[in-house]
Write a protein that binds this ligand. Structure first.
Ligand SMILES: Nc1ncnc2c1ncn2[C@@H]1O[C@H](COP(=O)(O)OP(=O)(O)OP(=O)(O)O)[C@@H](O)[C@H]1O
Length: 265
């Protein structure tokens, strides 16, 4: 299978989709060639490919983060709930309430565990009183599979947690905004195998709860474990996409075959 032949009509069929999205850095270097992909609620899509192929560049299009990079141009359309958000009118503050992002390095605030969770919801006026705040803290930490480990130390510093726990706290913090899309940019690359396993389980549960997850990963086994769909990028092209099982068991494009068999990467 090659690039999705996504039209405006098909774009409307997905919670989120990109149609011919391109990215140019420094107004010249096209790091991402026209890319069309659709993403649905309750699924996890893995973006794979060798270093520098454009995975993170593509991921950052979805929540318009590339806009913050000077001299970076994003072309094409990014449909979210049926309307194109790749326009200068789009309100980034509003968009990022519902499209959350988790980064490679855990980035907890220098605050208590509780305050990490409540920071964004308070800023957006979403927590009224103490009971509501307590419920949101518990719900978010449970969703990120961290509640049992931290329930007795919610007022302690988040920085005292292990790296894996910090990453799950960052996931909980994202979930506290009740997003319908969560983007993960190599979320386990700074973690040991046990923490990686915990974060992978968490991502799978988040997708199963109905949220649309998109994950950039270098780890093929991780892509197989967490994702329903996979898209393979190579030198700025989205070369092949499909059900994860199909992509790994029956790759069509020779570049993907070479990547999966370790000929480059
Ligand atoms: N802020 C930037 N300014 C200029 N060029 C950039 C910038 N970010 C990425 N690039 C370039 O765009 C291309 C794609 O990079 P990107 O980080 O998206 O790839 P990637 O597949 O995520 O790589 P990796 O797996 O190593 O993180 C590379 O050539 C990279 O050097």
């Amino acid at each position: 299978m090659t690039q999705d032949n996504t039209t405006q009509a098909a774009a409307d069929a997905h919670l989120l989709s990109t149609v011919d999205v391109t990215v140019r850095y420094d107004h010249t270097h096209e790091a991402l060639h026209p890319t069309s992909l659709g993403f649905d609620a309750g699924t996890c899509t893995a973006l794979i490919g060798p270093s520098g192929c454009g995975k993170s560049t593509f991921l950052r299009c979805i929540n318009l983060m590339n806009r913050e990079i000077p001299r970076c141009d994003v072309g094409g359309s990014i449909y979210y709930h049926g309307h194109d958000v790749n326009t200068p009118r789009e309100n980034l503050f509003e968009l990022r309430k519902s499209i959350g992002m988790v980064f490679q390095q855990p980035t907890p605030f220098r605050k208590s565990i509780r305050e990490n969770i409540l920071f964004a919801p308070r800023r957006h006026g979403r927590v009224a009183g103490r009971d509501e705040a307590d419920a949101l803290v518990e719900e978010s930490l449970r969703q990120a599979a961290l509640w049992d480990e931290v329930k007795d130390k919610l007022d302690r510093s988040a920085l005292a947690l292990s790296g894996g726990q910090q990453q799950r706290l960052c996931i909980a913090r994202t979930l506290a905004m009740r997003p319908d899309v969560v983007l993960f940019d190599e979320p386990c690359s700074a973690l040991d195998p046990i923490s990686t396993f915990a974060v992978e389980e968490t991502i799978r549960q988040i997708a199963d709860s109905g949220i649309c997850c998109v994950i950039v990963t270098h780890n093929m086994e991780q892509a197989k474990r967490v994702s329903d769909r996979t898209a393979f990028f190579y030198m700025g092209d989205m070369v092949e996409t499909g059900a994860t099982r199909q992509v790994f068991l029956d790759p069509q494009d020779q570049r993907l075959v070479d990547y999966l068999t370790g000929r480059f990467g």
